[in-house]
Design a protein around this ligand. Structure first.
Ligand SMILES: *Cc1c(COP(=O)(O)O)cnc(C)c1O
Length: 398
């Protein structure tokens, strides 16, 4: 059944007068979330106290919700677990992947990757005693840079700045042909585009839930380990909840079964409650259709901006095959322009040095929103209203 996008939009809380084009940074609130979180606080924590771990299913939640996310990223049941933040999950996946490919010393990534992923890789290389090296190449050079020195190809499928999309299946195939493993970051994929981890034969994948999956600020991250590696992958962050028998309180670590070993410590129960409610939105949703509609909205936006604001330069590839769910334009005064837009209720974000970024998530963005965003943006540029001191004052979070 085709998605009733208007009905989906009605399930989100959006502040009056706001066009929200920043779900790629922080998804909006699903209307059922406050009641679910309130119930978790009052009825579970408040009334059950410590008994909540067993009676309210808190301990099982990271796996249960992992299974629901697995369906959105083309993963098998029992291969995804939630917890920690994405940076931590990147570290875990990368450490295990390197350990599974012990003869090699190079981590290959690209210069479009999110800095935290690169920083975590650098930190891991240092921890491993400096024998490992992180090599970054331009996104379009990744394929040709895979060679027999590479242990792990670590990439974010959709570039956080430009929206450029890597071909996961082709890159994974190439990596495997040359004896490398893959770690895919799905931060800008999960809930935005069709992902087929099984079909692509991905080895490890990670992602966050507070962007397209709308779990709220600080929501838990997820990690996927292919079943063929799950019982061989050795966790670098060997916390007690990844132990085979956490409540045996053994003095030494034995990894848990399969994906359980990628758990570290106590799960964020209240954030899990928010995520659980937010995930109900996806029950009947086909991501092919979501992405197709996102591409229609993106095309409407690109066409409108290019015809009326030619001073903005498109940073996103034109090919649908190479796009995720966002469109970015460059302008030297991008920061001030974005602040002026936000002041008028059209919320996107800015990424240094000059990128204006707009996410098109059709579950709560429609054609009228896109038309309004184009109108407001072109008016700001035509009248130069961005050129005011208050719009140039950099905030801590951009
Ligand atoms: C958003 C994002 C992160 C953020 O990591 P946190 O640990 O959740 O703060 C990391 N990597 C990528 C690719 C992202 O898009």
């Amino acid at each position: 059944m085709p998605i009733d996008f208007a009905a989906k939009k009605a399930q989100f809380h959006l502040p009056e007068g706001v066009v929200y084009l920043d779900g790629n940074s922080l998804g909006p609130m699903v209307k059922t979330v406050p009641a679910r979180v309130d119930a978790a606080v009052r009825n579970e924590w408040g009334e059950m106290l410590i008994r909540g771990w067993n009676h309210a299913g808190w301990m099982a939640q990271p796996r249960m919700l992992g299974d629901r996310i697995a369906r959105l990223i083309g993963a098998e049941a029992g291969t995804v677990v939630l917890g920690d933040t994405l940076s931590i999950k990147v570290y875990q996946a990368l450490a295990s992947a390197l350990d599974l490919n012990p003869k090699r010393r190079v981590i290959l990534s690209d210069t479009g990757n999110f800095p935290s992923d690169l920083y975590m890789a650098e930190g891991l290389c240092r921890t491993l005693g400096g024998q490992y090296r992180l090599k970054t190449v331009a996104p379009e050079e990744v394929m040709s840079a895979i060679d027999e020195s590479v242990a792990v190809v670590m990439l974010t499928e959709v570039d956080y700045r430009t929206g450029r999309r890597h071909h996961m299946a082709d890159i994974t195939r190439r990596a495997h042909e040359l004896g490398a493993l893959t770690v895919w970051d799905l931060a800008h994929s999960a809930g935005a585009i069709t992902v087929d981890l099984v079909g692509a034969r991905a080895d490890f994948a990670v992602g966050c839930t507070y962007k397209y999956l709308n779990s709220g600020p600080g929501g838990p991250a997820f990690i996927y380990v292919a079943p063929r590696h799950a019982d061989a992958a050795r966790p670098a962050l060997s916390g007690w909840l990844g132990h085979e028998a956490p409540f045996a309180f053994d003095l030494s670590y034995r990894p848990g079964q399969g994906i359980e070993r990628m758990r570290v410590g106590t799960p964020p129960v209240l954030q899990m409650a928010a995520l659980e409610a937010a995930l109900e939105i996806w029950e009947d949703v086909d991501l092919h259709e979501v992405h197709a509609q996102s591409l229609r909205l993106q095309d409407q936006f690109i066409k409108g901006v290019e015809s009326r604001a030619p001073m903005l330069q498109l940073a996103t590839p034109r090919s649908h095959l190479m796009r995720g769910s966002q469109v970015s334009f460059r302008h030297p005064e991008g920061y001030a322009i974005m602040q002026a837009l936000i002041a008028e209720g059209v919320i996107g974000d800015f990424r240094a040095p000059d990128i204006l970024r707009f996410g098109f998530t059709p579950l709560y963005v429609d054609e009228d929103d896109v038309a309004r965003a184009v109108n407001v943006l072109t008016r700001i540029l035509d009248y130069g209203t961005w050129d005011r001191p208050e719009f140039k004052q950099r905030a801590a979070v951009t």
